[in-house]
Design a protein around this ligand. Sequence first.
Ligand code: GLN
Length: 214
Amino acid sequence: MSATGRRPSRVARDVPNERLRRPRRVGVLALQGDFREHLAALRACEVEGVPIRLATDLDAVDALILPGGESTTMAHLMEPALKQSIQQRAAAGMPVMGTCAGMILMAREIQDGRPDQEPLKLMDIGVRRNAYGRQIDSFETEVESAAIGGAGPAVFIRAPQLIDRAADVEELARHGDQAVALKQGNRLALAFHPELTPDRRWHQYFLSLDGETR
Ligand code: GLN
C-alpha cells in the first residue's frame, strides 16, 4: 500500500489478479504421512508451507492441506483443539485440500473406518476406506481433468472410494467408474496423491481457489 492507502498501480499492472488472490501461507497437517512431500510441492509452487501440529499453528496460515498417510493414526494424533480450529476455519471459508487419507478425514461419513475414527466433516461426501481390491490396492495411472487442463499422473495407494455425495459436490475427475477428484466450494478431495509426482498442477489448482481473506 502507498501512503495514500491505494495499491501502487505498478503492482496492479505487473501482477496478475490470480496471483494476488493466492494464499500466502499454506498449512500442511504434519502429524503423520507424506506432509514433507506436500511442503516440497508448495515450495515448487513458490508458496510458503507451514507444518501444522497444534491448533495455534493454524493462525499463521490461510489454507490447509491434509496429506496422505493413515487416516486412523492422524485422527488419533490430532488434539481436540486442532480439530475444532480446522472445522471453524473451514466453515469460515478457508480452502482445504485432502489427498487420500486426507480425503477420508474431510468426509462426513466413513465406511470401514475404526469405530473411534471421527471424521472432520469438512465436505458432504461419504467414503469407504481401502476400497480398491487387494490386486490393485496400489497403482499409478493417469487421470484427466479440466481442472488441470488435461491428463496427469495419479498414484493410488490403498485409496478410498466415494460412496455418497451431496448435490453441490462437483466431480472433477474419474478413474474407471469412480469419481476420484471432488470439489465443494473451495474444498478439494483427491483419492490419489498428487504430492508423490513431480506434476504440480493439482496444487496450482488448489492455490487458485478463493479463500476467506481473498
Ligand atoms: N488407507 C489409508 C487410510 O485409511 C489411506 C492411504 C493413503 O493415504 N495412501 O487412511
